[in-house]
Design a protein around this ligand. Structure first.
Ligand code: ADP
Ligand code: MG
Length: 354
């Protein structure tokens, strides 16, 4: 996520090769960016090729982190100032594509994913390097923003000129910028002739191709315990993104207030502890994970949003630890044993098909 990190450090952690430089095999490197570890695994590359590719990704990620940061000074901050002023201005090339894509995804989500609600996320204290401690903002302050109904359609685009009609609109790309960045990383790898790769940004990933003679295997984090809840095999081209209430939140008088805000009420979404979305594109998976989290645990609420957004699968874990899965995912997901009998004790409900 584009947050928490005051500076960018790219840390070379480890490179392993299972053969000499001439024989292409596996390449693995980790970067620290977006306030998280970005783990890049490549298959079928030579070491020099792998190193060059990851260096290119590191440059691109650093650029994107700076351009899209929601509260550090930079291009998005300047755009937000100009939008609030109501004047017409030239959209920076680093920001324009996210506005366009964000508008499409927001419409498809029925407004549950709404990157125009930056004033609300800031009001709740989540636009900060340090997580908020409470108390929650006043109902009046929330209402004052909601009454102005900020949404992406308030932005008027005319070629590269843009203008906002709504002073309450403030862009926050936090719910899909990581996905957008992972998509760009996969584009770059393909341009460089790399067709087997996983780009995993803190558990949110897109995988292409395979790991040699087997699919890639990836873990989905447990929302309430250390370690993973389940693992799943991915191959071909697929993204797996999770939104949860366990990383950025505060507890106040017995209630957990997490960083995903329901744009209808102005309050943090309740009822779920995590949502994992499967889709080809990472930006869609990221936006949809947020939208489904807002929709809530009732199948009649989240399923229509999942269908409208065009995702391929979903797993939702509610506050009590009950799991809902779309049927296609059931076949290829493996739940970690959690009891002494070596079996999982999660309660799984299979939803209607997408
Ligand atoms: P994670 O950081 O766990 O990957 P998300 O992808 O769901 O979570 O992004 C959450 C972030 O998106 C919040 O920190 C906030 O900046 C922003 N946000 C919160 N609620 C919404 C919403 N309903 N629509 C769009 N962006 C949101
Ligand atoms: Mg998201």
């Amino acid at each position: 996520m584009i947050k928490t990190l005051g500076h960018i450090s790219l840390v070379f952690v480890l490179v392993f090769l299972t053969a000499c430089d001439r024989k292409p095999v596996a390449y693995h490197e980790q970067l620290l960016v977006f306030g998280t570890v970005v783990d890049v695994k490549l298959w079928g590359v030579k070491e020099a090729q792998g190193r060059q590719a990851v260096a290119r990704l590191a440059d691109d990620f650093a650029y994107m982190h700076n351009a899209w940061h929601a509260w550090h000074p930079g291009p998005l901050g300047r755009v937000n100032q100009l939008l609030a002023s109501g004047t017409s201005f030239t959209a920076p090339p680093s920001i324009l594509p996210l506005i366009q894509r964000g508008t499409v995804l927001s419409l498809r989500s029925g407004g549950l994913f709404n990157p125009a609600i930056g004033k609300l996320t800031a009001l709740w204290g989540f636009a900060s390097d340090d997580p908020p401690k409470g108390p929650p903002p006043s109902a009046e302050a929330i209402r004052a923003i909601l009454d102005q109904r900020p949404d992406m359609e308030d932005i008027r685009l005319d070629g590269i000129k843009m203008q906002s009609d709504n002073p309450a609109l403030k862009l926050d790309f936090g719910a899909f910028a990581k996905g957008y960045a992972v998509d760009r990383a996969i584009d770059v790898l393909r341009e460089l002739g790399i067709d087997n790769a996983v780009v995993n940004a803190g558990g949110d990933l897109r995988a292409i191709g395979r790991h040699g003679d087997r699919p890639w295997r990836v873990g989905i984090r447990h929302p309430r315990e250390a370690g993973i809840l389940a693992s799943v095999e991915v191959e071909g081209d697929e993204s797996v993104f999770t939104s949860g209430d366990y990383e950025r939140y505060f507890d106040w008088q017995g209630t957990r207030y997490d960083h995903i805000i329901d744009p209808r009420s102005g309050y943090p979404a309740q009822g779920l502890s995590s949502v994992t979305v499967f889709a080809r594109r990472a930006d869609l998976a990221d936006a949809a994970a947020t939208a489904l989290f807002v929709a809530g645990p009732d199948e009649k609420d989240w399923l229509p949003v999942a269908r409208a957004m065009g995702i391929t699968g979903a797993m939702l874990v509610d506050d009590e630890g009950q799991v809902q899965l779309t049927p296609g995912i059931r076949k290829r997901i493996y739940f970690e044993p959690s009891g002494t009998n070596g079996q999982t004790n999660v309660e799984i409900h299979i939803s209607a098909a997408l």
